[in-house]
Design a protein around this ligand. Sequence first.
Ligand code: GLN
Ligand code: ZN
Length: 746
Amino acid sequence: MNTTILGYPRIGARRELKTATEDYWAGRADAAALEAAGAELRASVWTGLRDAGLDAIPSNTFSFYDQVLDTSVLVDAVPERYRHLSGLDRYFAMARGVQDVPPLEMTKWFDTNYHYIVPELGPDTRFRLAGGSASKPLVEYREARALGIETRPVLVGPLTYLLMAKPAPGAPDGFRPLDLLDDLVEVYAELLERLAGAGAAWVQLDEPALVADRTEEEITAFARAYARLGGLPTRPRLMVATYFGTIGTDALRVLARGRVEAVALDFAAGPGNLEVLASVGGLPRKTVVAGVVDGRNVWRTDTRRARATCATLLGLADQVVVGTSCSLLHVPLDLDAETSLDPSVRGRLAFARQKVAEVVALGRALREDGPAPDEVPAPAAAVDRDVRARVDALRGVRRGDRADRFTAQRAALGLPDLPTTTIGSFPQTAEIRRARADGRAGRIPADAYVQAMKDEIARVIALQEDIGLDVLVHGEPERNDMVQYFAEQLDGYAATRHGWVQSYGSRYVRPPILHGDVARRRPMTVEWATYAQSLTSKPVKGMLTGPVTMLAWSFVRDDQPLADTARQVALALRDEIGDLEAAGVRVIQVDEPALREALPLREADRAAYLDWAVEAFRLATSGVADTTQIHTHMCYSEFGEIIGAIGALDADVTSVEAARSRMELVADLRDAGYGNGIGPGVYDIHSPRVPSAEEMEDNLRRALQAVEPSRLWVNPDCGLKTRAYPETEASLRNLVAAAHRVRRDR
Ligand code: GLN
Ligand code: ZN
């Protein structure tokens, strides 16, 4: 082993996997066709990697949906409700549900935007190697071998699998999936023996859970599991892969002393790995896979730095293999497909295919101790001195006293107690989507597009007036995506044409690339907002996406601290907010749905993150008069460790999800000292169900136990863009009725 990668995108150059799975789901293709498409994609990845000169090629990184779901099927952790189905139908039912059978939960894979299917485990879960010799890792290993390609099967490690699982509904209190570790390890033992029998020389066990904070008990369990696997009489060599951060010292000590042959460490997201490695005395007689090519981001590798890291590692391990920091699943497939990117940006980028070439080149340089083939420095990021000077001048800004603002806004806006509003978007009908697509593609003239959007805004304003809402929105018909919409208008951001990255299942996103200093060329939302405001005497909320979310859902430059980049985005938003205010918009909402998900994996890193996140939000929002009301919105109610930060944002009104947790967080926020307006979503927009006025009234009364009526806002729990009009209108009418009843009774 000299060069390797930890995994590769599955989708195919022309998104073949998406087409094939969606055709299967729609009944347009049968299982055989889907299987054939899968086999073809796998073959093309393996042969592509071989032809690129990579010498250790992973297998079992392909998936029809998700590798964690694959693992659940592999070990037969299939909840009872899916057991009447079999094969692909069972598999997809677990992922997506079928009539009357809800799917398994889905959640984010560590701090990435990839979502995995959460295993549901209980004391009755009986693990076994479900497919025997026909289980997926074996099948794919033999499939590659038949093509003449020797591979290293990749498995989600048993510790990570269990730590990512949740207790099945009905499991007794106190049950933890990790309690099942010993049973699960026996299945892995059987699988390893079978893989060895099939000829596999190496197996990769992914244990990213080791880069988050772990208890002593978890580390002990981990040590026990790997002692068992390492002690198997016949087994492939074991490579334990960690990624997304720095491995814990205890965990690395276990690996250093234990019977595994290689450890993969992430030197992109885990710069502390060198130090941890040195502190445990290195990995004598073992191999370290040096994750020096960043698998999470799109930048070309700094080859000098990567070589220096490898050179240091040579003193700390028996052998150094050049690798990616994590699977390449998280970056787009091929930069060559991007023909219209600015060359100065393009020259700094590497997608999955280019990253493989980097690994191969670095491997050669390391082995031959010769020059790295490509040491032409990447072009530098574009610098905007004006932006930098202004950002520096704006450190530590904040708004005036919150009580003064409250009084000023009440007088200026003339709002009743329990004011009603929505989160921003209204249903995006097929008609709107078509108009937007036609406008983009130039199939309709620019003024026809503008008119179509204005007509929609006018409809949405009239509807809200008719329903009787107090603070209106323009409905966001012009936005395809809340980040992309702004990225397209800001300097320093670029969009790709084919840069798809898997988000979940067959859903792929194309994150914009934040490559240089961010600057606002011209107002981005003012025209739509002022048009909407001109149609009504009620306040219309201006609608923006906050700095953290603008970074979290993009690929972001890594040549300066995130905090600096966030400040630049914040400055652009500050200017936009100033323009909105000057144009007569009196309420402005800055959405930060990503605030919690961007929280670092380790406790020790969180305070610093929250500091810059809060500072950026304040920089964006603190330039307005006391009479201008700033709102923010987040799509969850379990604040946990960020509850203090919510208050520190100092928005005048914060709207959040709350319906599913019965308004509990209103009291939580009060207890955390939050004293501004709060809009706990009184109904769940994630389903077409129309909640009754009574139900919402009940929610409001509950909330009023923890907050006074002048600070309680009445709104749904998220934007309405995924809903249809009939249920939206009915629900909002009930919402207004609920607010009226509660007001009347006071
Ligand atoms: N304003 C956005 C909307 O209503 C907020 C979306 C979000 O919270 N993710 O669509
Ligand atoms: Zn939301």
